[in-house]
Design a protein around this ligand. Structure first.
Ligand code: ATP
Ligand code: MG
Length: 396
């Protein structure tokens, strides 16, 4: 039987004058993401987007298309629907056939009908009642329960056809990627920064990323892990241009010339300054990092103030108010957790101070920083920038 997906969008339905451009962006994004899976029509109609296969695909292809649609930001819910002709006999027959698995496993159900096409001869109450009766006679074990049914059978009668489903599933939510500018994600191999990237992409921010390595103190596996994390995030956020920048020289100079207690803070300031320069050169309007308030010494309020003081760009920290456990829950959903916990060292842990400053004062940090030629070291690091295009792959 012919199957389609009805995608409902959330917030962008509320955008007045800009709505059409948000919808167009979302459709373009869907079209692109589905192109590796099959030939699909993307049709905008009545505050939904319909994804219609143009060929008879098997379940594996449709499952893959469904997965892709449900990881596309801007869509809040998706109904997988069987398609019926707009006459009640066909609606009845297709409902019984298409919903056989869902109804077979349920004990109670109810029918909800939405009649967008007001020329259809039955009203929605009549459709619900008669479809309910047909389902009861086809599945005699079922009972109707209008308050807490196991399955809500939805029947939407629209312009071109009637669509039948066992209800909608929650999708990715958020806003279409690219609708809110571009941000530079400081992507480490940890748990938090991939989650931070995911959260900003969810709000429509396109991502570019920078990873700071300290080869040979950090390994090639550590770099590969970060590339893999970028790949995982790209399934949600789209392709990511990843910059790999060496901070080996900076770390060596810091440990040679500066007070150990300030190592992490100073390195963080270098990272921010370098990231800001790359961001400016690549039309990014903000930096994105994965800090969470108080998680470690370099994430106290005073330490974050020291970090921010190194740049002028806004710094977004979407994990700031989350507990580790909450971040882990999101990391599992994103699919990054198992990769993040692989045990490869991060460049920050190579020269970790024994007694890091938890309440640093900016003038003291700057005095320490002035023992080195900050700008020259930033420029030297920028010269090592190696770009890796992490292409989002959407396949069956
Ligand atoms: P994460 O799990 O994201 O590594 P974390 O809790 O380990 O975070 P820190 O190591 O203190 O935190 O780093 C704070 C933030 O600084 C990270 O979330 C990330 O955005 C950025 N960062 C840290 N190390 C690197 C790195 N090697 N390359 C790029 N960004 C980094
Ligand atoms: Mg880290």
């Amino acid at each position: 039987m012919k199957e389609i997906f009805l995608c409902k969008y959330g917030e962008i339905a509320l955008k007045g004058a800009n709505r059409a451009s948000f919808e167009a962006l979302l459709c373009r994004e869907l079209k692109y993401r589905l192109s590796g899976i099959g030939d699909f029509d993307i049709i905008r109609a009545q505050s939904t987007i319909r994804i219609e296969p143009r060929e008879d695909y098997d379940a594996a292809v449709l499952d893959a298309a469904y997965r892709v649609a449900s990881t596309t930001f801007g869509i809040i819910a998706i109904c997988r629907c069987g398609v019926a002709e707009k006459n009640f006999d066909d609606i009845k027959a297709k409902a019984v056939e298409y919903l056989a698995d869902a109804l077979g496993a349920a004990r109670t159900f109810k029918v909800e009908t939405k009649r967008a096409d007001k020329t259809f001869p039955m009203d929605s109450g009549q459709v619900s009642a008669q479809l309910g009766a047909a389902i009861l006679s086809a599945f005699p074990h079922l009972r109707v329960n209008v308050h807490t049914p196991d399955v809500v059978v939805k029947c939407e009668i629209r312009e071109r056809a009637a669509y039948i489903s066992a209800g909608q599933e929650k999708a990715a939510g958020g806003m279409p990627v690219g609708s809110n500018g571009k941000g530079m994600l400081l992507l480490s191999g940890g748990i938090d920064s991939p989650v931070a990237g995911y959260m900003m992409a969810k709000r429509g921010v396109k991502l570019e990323a920078v990873y700071f390595e300290a080869f040979p103190y950090t390994s090639i596996q550590a770099r590969e892990k970060v590339i893999e994390l970028a790949r995982i995030v790209s399934a949600w956020a789209g392709s990511i241009k990843l910059h790999v920048v060496s901070v080996t020289k900076i770390q060596e100079e810091l440990s040679r010339a500066c007070c150990e207690d300030y190592f992490t803070l100073l390195l963080r300031r270098y990272m921010m300054a370098i990231a800001e320069k790359i961001a400016l050169a690549n039309e990014c309007g903000a930096l994105i990092t994965g800090e969470s308030m108080g998680q470690v010494a370099s994430q106290t309020m005073q330490a974050l103030a020291v970090t921010d003081n190194a740049v002028n760009m806004p710094v977004f920290r979407p994990c700031i108010g989350l507990d580790k456990e909450e971040i882990v829950t999101i990391a599992r959903k994103v699919g990054s957790f198992e990769t993040s916990i692989l045990p490869y060292e991060d460049c920050c842990t190579v020269f970790t101070p024994r007694h890091p400053k938890t309440r640093p004062e900016i003038p003291k940090v700057i005095a320490e920083e002035q023992k080195l030629d900050f700008d020259a070291l930033v420029e030297e690091a920028l010269a090592t920038d190696e770009v890796i295009y992490v292409k989002a792959e959407f396949t069956v």
